[in-house]
Design a protein. Structure first.
Length: 299
């Protein structure tokens, strides 16, 4: 049977890598790529496809409980590349800030229990009624400072994820890798680093220099890949595409990450309604093919 890519339905350009294929050795399935799968289904799907790692999201983790999830993952032999997500701590109200801090402490505990080296932080957007972007960024730094020693004590590194500027108002006030790195460098490498995500950073002027700067400081904690597609859907959060379906130069971007010394897992993280509607096993097969063709050769 001819293999087809999803969601395009085009004939696959290369065969799907099979279990044991060395090209899969660093590929991680971020759970949002197969959002309709439960944690159990994601674990089973990753193992069936021969993937070695899983990027776990906290919501499906909460559905089964931390102890059960830890047992399942340990039994599967998968490693957890990251836990997503912490953060959302740009609020002004002191009580709300305490609640955000406590929630992030729970996220750190989850990461430590699952053996995830990194907790991904999405800083958060502007509080309701506020236009003070610098104030929101300052509160994010303060929140990270309060969490950093707690994370280090648990053996977890906090990973600041800079987000495309279209999300600055409602989701992520840290918009560039340069900004994220300036924050991370205020802390020890075992406390805070950065997430390099092609979707958020492909546009950034001088991105190669910033990636090199992050690598030289030992701050790249995760490399996440997906494509930037146009036209953007009404919900821009769902504008991530399968690698090769959009505008990002994955060989060039990946060469920069590899040259910076990053040798960890590579997560495919896709928010896309069409991808989510496709059968999970077909999504993972397409993901593995596109990764083997467009990313892995340049690692």
């Amino acid at each position: 049977m001819t293999e087809r890519d999803v969601p395009s339905g085009l004939t696959a350009s290369i065969p799907t890598p099979e279990k044991g294929d060395p090209r899969l050795a660093r590929l991680s399935l971020n759970q949002r790529t197969t959002a309709e799968w439960s944690l159990r289904e994601a674990i089973d799907g990753a193992v069936a496809a021969g993937l070695p790692a899983l990027g776990v999201w906290r919501e499906p983790l909460a559905e089964v409980g931390l102890a059960t999830a830890a047992e399942w993952i340990a039994d599967s032999g998968l490693r957890v590349s990251t836990i997503c997500r912490g953060g959302f701590f740009t609020v002004i109200d002191p009580a709300a800030r305490r609640l955000a801090h406590d929630e992030n402490l729970r996220a750190i505990e989850e990461a430590a229990t699952l053996g995830a080296p990194t907790l991904v932080l999405v800083p958060g957007g502007l509080p309701e009624g506020s236009k003070d972007l610098e104030g929101a960024r300052s509160r994010a730094v303060e929140a990270i400072a309060a969490l950093a020693p707690e994370a280090a004590a648990a053996g977890v590194v906090l990973g600041i994820e800079p987000m495309n500027p279209i999300f600055a108002a409602d989701r992520g006030v840290v918009s560039t890798l340069g900004q994220a790195l300036d924050i991370a460098l205020q802390f020890a490498p075992e406390e805070v680093g950065v997430i390099v995500d092609t979707f958020h950073l492909w546009w950034e002027p001088g991105i190669e220099a910033q990636i090199a700067r992050a690598g030289a400081a030992g701050r790249i904690l995760s490399y996440q890949v997906c494509d930037w597609i146009t036209p953007l859907p009404a919900d821009t959060l769902l504008s991530r595409g399968m690698m090769g379906d959009g505008h990002i130069d994955f060989p060039a971007f990946t060469r920069a990450v590899a040259a910076a010394g990053y040798d960890g897992d590579v997560e495919v993280e896709i928010f896309n309604a069409e991808v989510w509607a496709a059968p999970g096993a077909e999504v993972v097969a397409t993901m593995a093919r596109r990764y083997a063709e467009l990313v892995e050769p340049w690692l």
